[in-house]
Design a protein around this ligand. Sequence first.
Ligand code: NAP
Length: 253
Amino acid sequence: MILNKFSLKGKVAIVTGASRGIGQGIAIGLAEAGADIVGVATRDMVETKNQVEKCGVKFLEIKADLSSLEPIGEIIGKALDEFGKIDILVNNAGIIRRQPTLEFSVENWDDVMNVNLRSAFFLAQAAAKQFIKQGTGGKIINIASMLSFQGGILVSSYTASKSALAGITKIMCNEWAQYKINVNAIAPGYIATDNTAPLKADEVRNKAILERIPAGRWGTPADMQGAAVFLASDAGEYMHGHILAVDGGWLAR
Ligand code: NAP
């Protein structure tokens, strides 16, 4: 039955940036579909834990700073100690820095690239090695952006990181599909979270953004849940290397 293919019962999902925003929404969505969740963030994740446990599944909190590669071994190790396997990785943790391109600082470049791209790549590599060791295959979902397709304004390192994330989604697909690993990305449109709060608060930018979204509203973290469950489940078994825009129609304009 097709709806059974969307079930994540018995699966284990690592979600980075699960403390708030899109990562929290996706963690809850995967939990509602039946997966146990390993949440990774620097802050505590009490709210996510409560929401996930309400679904009758387990939540393991791992406090880790993904601005360096140091915690990657620990994240995989702790997930395995608790659950004995990993089935799904959602590379969602991300930051943004706004500064004109002429003045863009090395610090703003490195900070964003380290979290959004470097750690995402090496965490995916570690997860893929584990999937291959398990012989089970697995699912990797990278959280891309409209700026995987477009240039943006004032956000050079963010655009670089998200364009590159779309690129590595495709190379990982090319090399890992043979191991039954599905690597895809979700490209959210404009979603109301802490990350976009300055844009939403800017009357001029907010108006321009809303005028361009055919759906006529900002997205919410819950709007990302359907795509995440699909790509994490057997229903998405033949999805490989795709960057799935969930954007209220933004890219269609
Ligand atoms: P957010 O509300 O600012 O949340 C960011 C998440 O990433 C938080 O859980 C944060 O955890 C975590 N994180 C940041 N730096 C970290 C680090 N060094 N180590 C570990 N975790 C870290 O942002 P969001 O809007 O939900 O964004 C989530 C993802 O979606 C990002 O990759 C973003 O680029 C992408 N995205 C967002 C939008 C949008 O419109 N909002 C659109 C396209 C793509 P802490 O609690 O530790 O800070």
